[in-house]
Design a protein around this ligand. Structure first.
Ligand SMILES: Nc1ncnc2c1ncn2[C@@H]1O[C@H](COP(=O)(O)OP(=O)(O)OP(=O)(O)O)[C@@H](O)[C@H]1O
Length: 457
């Protein structure tokens, strides 16, 4: 798109946002058409966007070094370039030298969603393994089955030219014969199965592990079950095993806890105002009820299906209801929620990744880590709240981070259907703009787009 029409598109977009966010109701035809336009405009990605961002010192994609300067093994460089990566992102450039230093150093690292954390720790694992030793040397734990599979795929692709290094999945359903000893150097899995494989079944000798990665580390140490399992695995590992914790978010208490369980860590931490990505524009729409939210969704359905969209609901029940209603209206949607069989879940994600379904209705089970490049729109059909009904700021960031991957433009639409949900949204907004220009932000508390712009300027 030429610069002028690009600028015009942006202007129109901001004007539309003004109108929609200032009380444009969804039953208001003008608001509807503006929002449709807004979505269409946001789907346009500039071809050299990533290159531009990688030269901007304020962008999380910025880097001064090349991959060569990070001293990766030639086979891994081939893997990196094979994936189409030209330059490292900020987190890759900063974290890799720390992770590859001798003697090994521990790391707790935070970087915005979609900025290449997975590639960073995958490269660290692949760099550390000794391919001549036929036993597990690196463990990587993810909170969900889908994420473990996805990270495994990245390991396979990145390690394509390093076939001596092998990988095995410690996930539900992958049954091994009793008494067997694994020969694969990298094990990726979910915490329960990983713990069983290290402890009860002894498929892995934990004393030989050199690198232990906790992906989505905050949720791994904040969720009771995951925390117990992760800590029990950690206790079996040798004292000098390198610990690497990665996430896009770390609530303060979790951050403090992480620092207690990781000895002498290197730390990469974002300021609050850096946590959100400018490339993801955020809006809300006003509705009166769940049914009105559904109607609103139908009204913008045409626009959101130009690319792909993820719709988040609070409960499995709502997700099931919404997927059913959308199907009854003749829309083709996929549903993924926690009670489904894991194999079924994997199949749904695969179909969505392949673009066979354009819209995925889901719960928080898909809020983290899932990387589908074509997702341009995230819809919070229900805003994320914790078990006490308070805003779940971290989940909000992870959910909207399913779009805007690695410099792509993205759009998040929050559906507000009551005073209570408006209050939740205001509190989420305040949370992320708090440490920026507070007074200015307060005058615009009902306009997420504005506070985003103010917060990042
Ligand atoms: N250096 C790079 N150059 C180009 N693309 C990259 C680079 N590093 C990663 N990517 C791509 O960016 C996308 C997002 O990367 P990744 O999934 O690693 O992000 P993340 O930080 O782990 O995200 P999340 O916080 O959601 O888990 C992926 O599709 C990945 O292939």
């Amino acid at each position: 798109m030429a610069t002028d029409s690009w600028a015009q598109a942006v202007d129109e977009q901001e004007a539309a946002a003004e109108s929609v966010n200032h009380g444009g109701r969804f039953d208001d035809k003008a608001a509807q058409s503006l929002l449709n336009k807004l979505i269409r405009n946001n789907l346009v990605n500039n071809t050299n966007q990533v290159e531009v961002l990688q030269r901007d010192p304020n962008s999380p994609l910025y880097s001064v070094k090349s991959f060569e300067e990070l001293r990766l093994k030639p086979q891994l460089l081939q893997g990196v370039y094979g994936l189409g990566f030209n330059r490292p992102s900020k987190i890759q450039e900063t974290a890799l030298p720390m992770m590859l230093a001798e003697p090994p150093q521990n790391l707790i690292a935070q970087s915005q969603s979609g900025t290449g954390k997975t590639a960073a720790f995958v490269l660290a694992m692949l760099s550390h393994v000794d391919p001549n030793k036929r036993y597990p040397q690196c463990l990587c734990v993810s909170p969900t089955y889908e994420l473990a599979l996805q990270t495994g795929k990245v390991i396979e692709l990145m390690g394509k030219h390093y076939p001596e290094v092998r990988l095995v999945y410690a996930i539900r359903g992958n049954k091994l014969q009793r008494g067997m000893k694994l020969e694969e150097q990298i094990v990726i899995g979910t915490p329960g199965t990983m713990l069983d494989w290290c402890g009860k079944f002894k498929f892995i000798d934990p004393k030989k592990i050199m690198v232990f990665v906790l992906d989505e580390a905050d949720v791994m140490i904040a969720t009771q079950g995951h925390q117990d399992q992760s800590i029990r695995i950690q206790r079996m590992l040798p004292k000098n095993c390198q610990m690497l914790l990665f996430s896009a978010t770390f609530e303060e208490t979790v951050w403090n806890f992480a620092q207690r369980i990781v000895p002498e860590p290197n730390i990469i931490k974002l300021k609050r105002e850096e946590e959100t990505l400018d490339t993801i524009k955020q809006y809300y729409v006003l509705c009166n009820s769940r049914e009105e939210k559904f109607q609103a969704l139908c009204n913008i359905y045409g626009a959101i299906t130009i690319a792909q969209a993820m719709i988040f609901c609070h409960t499995r029940k709502t997700a099931g209801w919404l997927a059913g209603e959308l199907s009854r209206e003749g829309h083709q949607v996929a549903l993924l929620s926690g009670e489904m069989q894991v194999e079924q879940r994997a199949a749904v994600i695969d179909r969505f990744r392949d673009g066979k379904e354009k819209v995925l209705v889901t719960t928080n089970v898909c809020a983290r880590g899932i990387d589908v490049e074509q997702v341009s729109v995230v819809i919070n059909f229900d805003l994320p709240v914790d078990k006490d009904g308070n805003p779940d700021n971290e989940t909000y960031l992870h959910r909207i981070g399913r779009t805007g991957r690695f410099g792509k433009r993205g759009l998040a639409i929050n559906m507000v259907d009551s005073k209570m949900s408006m209050n939740i949204l205001n509190r989420i907004q305040e949370h992320f703009s708090k440490s920026a220009v507070t007074t200015h932000a307060r005058t615009h508390t009902h306009n997420l787009l504005y506070t985003q712009t103010v917060a990042s300027s």
